[in-house]
Design a protein around this ligand. Structure first.
Ligand code: UDX
Length: 440
């Protein structure tokens, strides 16, 4: 099929590349001309395992074309995906201006009937507005379909080819069938429903997953106080298939481009229909507190953090991505700087993006070793393999005082006990917490 994808952000780019991979002819368009030039060279602007390889091979096969927005025509295009950003506004609601702009542009440029597929996460009712905008500007018949994405950064390609379901929300079964057929090569179960339900499935799913994370983080905080171990507790809970073992990893809270934004947006969506979403508000509140937990632990340990050299290991909101959006490291760096600590930061991939969002006082280093040299405390913030596999004895050798605050429970309690390192983690007992407070 001839498909256009409007917007080459995370979702649009992965969607376009994967649709090309299953044999469609895909044109990806974007207003950002520098980005399009880069994509035309086969270079991905985001770090996503496997993406660049697929991009290059489909560019070569000529299944995939990147085009500047201003050069775009939708001539002989049968399906147009909208995957532009829906950034969060100050009040938590989603900014839909890019969506509506894309809809208008489509209306002006289409030359034949088309199906418009919305991939962007949009508040309930938005697809209907898109349809209205297009219909008000052209007499060419269009159908609008909601087809939310469920990609996780870092495993987006795998998620596209091995996802649990493809949700298709449509007014007309014919339009739903076209999108179902188009996706058939992925071999993933399709769930067809109405437009509003499809829109809600996306928000409901992300809100539920965020709830699981805040829930397990609360349990972790109680575990610490009652002497239980969250790793075992989560494992034991997750063995119940009704609960499931995923998204029960306690840590320093969720970040990223979706959960923080979508939970706040859903609170607003509920508020708009006079429903106060108490539970989700608490989920957000718990997450805000959880992001500050390591700093609280450090303050308790050191009294105050003034002049303390603190290494931050891992900055991205999760491993295998360079994305810093809503990363806990931002909140933690700001708090540490405010407390007067000297912050030294390292991440395998996200350093360049981190430079733009971390406080200017933060010093960046090129390796774990460099970051922890002479440090009095190390904060582990992202569970990159490199960090999980970093030998404990090196902290002991290189740091001024080997004290670790592990926000991702990267090390086993047994290993840390043997190492003699002072260690604080999430939902587990603190280890070797009997050393003298070091002089700064
Ligand atoms: C998420 C959803 O998983 C995906 O379906 C949706 O389409 C987009 O949002 P993503 O933000 O890429 O994907 O990452 P995800 O793996 O879900 O992790 C989000 C955050 O939650 C990360 O900060 C991660 O560290 C945290 N997390 C995740 C936990 O703290 N514990 C867990 O058990 C799982």
């Amino acid at each position: 099929m001839n498909i256009s994808v409007v917007g080459t952000g995370y979702v649009g780019l992965v969607t376009g590349v994967c649709l090309a991979e299953i044999g469609h002819h895909v044109t990806c368009v974007d207003v950002d001309e520098a980005k399009i030039a880069m994509l035309q060279q086969g270079k991905s602007p985001i770090y996503e395992p496997g993406l660049e390889e697929l991009m290059k091979s489909n560019l070569q096969k000529r299944n995939l074309v990147f085009q500047r927005y201003k050069d775009t025509s939708y001539e002989s295009v049968e399906v147009i995906y909208i995957s532009v950003g829906t950034p969060q506004q100050h009040d938590g609601t989603a900014d839909l201006s890019y969506i509506f702009q894309a809809a208008e542009d489509i209306a002006y440029k289409i030359t034949q009937p088309a199906i418009i597929v919305t991939k962007s996460t949009v508040p309930i009712g938005t697809n209907r507005k898109i349809k209205k905008i297009i219909k008000s500007k052209t007499s060419i018949p269009v159908d609008v379909v909601s087809n939310p994405e469920f990609l996780r950064e870092g495993s987006a390609i795998q998620d596209t080819f091995r996802g649990d379901r493809i949700v298709i929300g449509a007014d007309h079964p014919e339009a739903a069938s076209v999108i179902e057929d188009l996706n058939r090569p992925f071999g993933i179960p399709v769930f067809k429903t109405d437009i509003e339900s499809a829109e809600m499935i996306k928000y409901g799913s992300n809100a539920f997953l965020a709830t699981k994370i805040s829930f397990i983080n609360e349990i972790a905080n109680i575990c610490e106080k009652v002497g239980a171990d969250i790793e075992d507790v989560a494992k034991g809970m997750g063995m119940d298939q009704r609960i499931g073992n995923q998204f029960l990893k306690a840590g320093i809270g969720y970040g990223g481009s979706c959960f923080p934004k979508d939970t706040k947006a859903l609170v607003q969506i509920a508020g708009n229909v006079e429903h106060e979403f108490h539970l989700l508000k608490s989920v957000i509140e718990v997450n805000n507190q959880q992001q500050r937990l390591l700093v609280e632990k450090a303050k308790e340990r050191f009294g105050n953090l003034k002049g303390l050299r603190v290494a931050m290991l891992g900055l991205a909101f999760k491993p295998n991505t360079d994305d810093m959006r809503e990363a806990a490291s931002i909140v933690i760096a700001e708090e540490l700087v405010r407390e007067g600590a000297h912050v030294v930061a390292y991440d395998l991939i996200a350093i360049e993006n981190a430079r733009h969002v971390l406080p200017m006082e933060v010093e960046f280093k090129n390796s774990i070793e460099e970051a922890i040299t002479g440090a009095s405390a190390a904060f582990i913030l992202t569970e990159w393999d490199e960090i999980k596999n970093f030998p404990l004895n090196e902290y002991k050798e290189i740091m001024k005082t080997p004290i670790i605050f592990d926000g991702r429970n990267c090390y086993s309690i047994g290993d840390v006990e043997i190492s003699g390192i002072e260690y604080f983690s999430i939902g587990r007992k603190s280890i070797n917490h009997n050393m003298k407070v070091p002089s700064k």
